[in-house]
Design a protein around this ligand. Structure first.
Ligand SMILES: *Cc1c(COP(=O)(O)O)cnc(C)c1O
Length: 230
């Protein structure tokens, strides 16, 4: 017997999207917030148009990608077919890809060093496009992970604003896989609050409800919607 037909796949994807949306709304309401205050960033990395189209057809328009090249390869044509798509870059950004990233993305979640802040400021000026910027904080202080250390976050935020003239929307974190995520979410919220930042990009498939309870305004959910990545 062959695998599932495309129709079954789309139905599953649409159903899972509906379930995740519903869970986001419920978590928002339970924590005294409004479902509309939480943006569901549907993480479509590694998936092709055939998997993404059911999500677009279901009316969803906010997507996350972790590689500039991959996003560049698949989104321009999808954007011709579907209006008002917002693309979020959630993976590390090399300075030499800043120009392409500013042209393609509506939000960048991974600003984490002065060199990148500098080229982003130049590209934003040059292109006249202002993607929303999130600073990634390495809340678990993991060596292999990107992001500024929590102790350096205040200084880096101030430098982005004062030295590079960047408008910073919020903070982003990816908690260590082996840790309970909530203390990391709480730490990110605390750093954001003392720096007057209103947006928090935190929470993935396994923990987006906890993240919303702790103030997430953007949750980045992939496998809970698209199924597991191969
Ligand atoms: C892949 C990825 C996600 C989505 O992860 P899931 O567990 O599939 O929901 C979220 N954030 C970042 C930074 C990612 O790279």
């Amino acid at each position: 017997m062959s695998a599932e037909t495309p129709t079954t796949l789309s139905l599953q994807t649409a159903e899972r999207l509906g379930a995740v949306r519903h869970a986001c709304d419920r978590a928002a309401v339970e924590s005294g917030r409004n479902g509309q205050d939480v943006t569901l960033v549907c993480v479509s990395k590694t998936f092709g148009p055939e998997e993404i189209i059911p999500v677009l057809e279901a009316g969803h328009r906010v997507f996350g990608e972790n590689r500039v090249q991959e996003a560049h390869g698949k989104w321009p044509s999808l954007r011709e077919q579907y209006e008002n798509v917002a693309l979020h870059l959630i993976g590390p950004l090399q300075s030499n890809k800043a120009r392409e990233a500013v042209a393609l993305f509506d939000a960048i979640h991974t600003l984490d060093r002065p060199g990148l802040a500098k080229v982003l400021a130049q590209e934003i000026d040059r292109a006249g496009r202002r993607p929303e910027l999130f600073i990634q904080v390495n809340t678990g202080e993991e060596l292999q992970k990107a992001g500024v250390a929590p102790a350096e976050a205040d200084d880096f935020i101030a430098r982005c604003r004062n030295e590079f003239g960047l408008e910073i929307a919020g903070l982003m974190c990816i908690p260590p896989v082996q840790d309970p995520p909530s203390p990391h979410f709480a730490l990110l919220r605390k750093i954001a609050a003392r720096n007057g930042l209103s947006r928090l990009s935190m929470g993935m498939s396994g923990d987006f409800e906890q993240a919303i309870m702790l103030g997430a305004t953007h949750v980045r959910v992939g496998s809970a919607i698209f199924g597991s990545r191969t």
